[in-house]
Design a protein around this ligand. Structure first.
Ligand SMILES: [Zn+2]
Length: 86
């Protein structure tokens, strides 16, 4: 009797939606959403930047094209622990 491998062991998984691959601050880590501002809102980007500054701790702004939102995020440092930092 053989145990079939789960399909996920062979099929590459797409990155989770909360990982911004192009973001050097996140560097591939998942991002925790802290705040969102509609792209169409007045002064949307300055407001998002301000919100990021208020959150601090490495918070920064992503733009989510599918949602039409500026998203204030913080990289999820817990993911770093699993990777084994020096
Ligand atoms: Zn980021």
């Amino acid at each position: 009797m053989t145990t079939p491998l789960p399909q996920s062991a062979r099929t590459p998984q797409p990155p989770p939606a909360n990982v911004a691959l192009g973001c050097k601050i996140c560097a591939g880590r998942p991002a925790i959403r802290l705040h969102t501002v509609s792209v169409g809102a007045p002064a949307a980007l300055p407001r998002a930047d301000q919100a990021a500054a208020e959150h601090g701790g490495g918070a920064h702004v992503h733009q989510s094209l599918p949602d039409d939102l500026y998203v204030v995020v913080r990289a999820d440092d817990r993911a770093d622990d699993e990777a084994g930092q020096p």
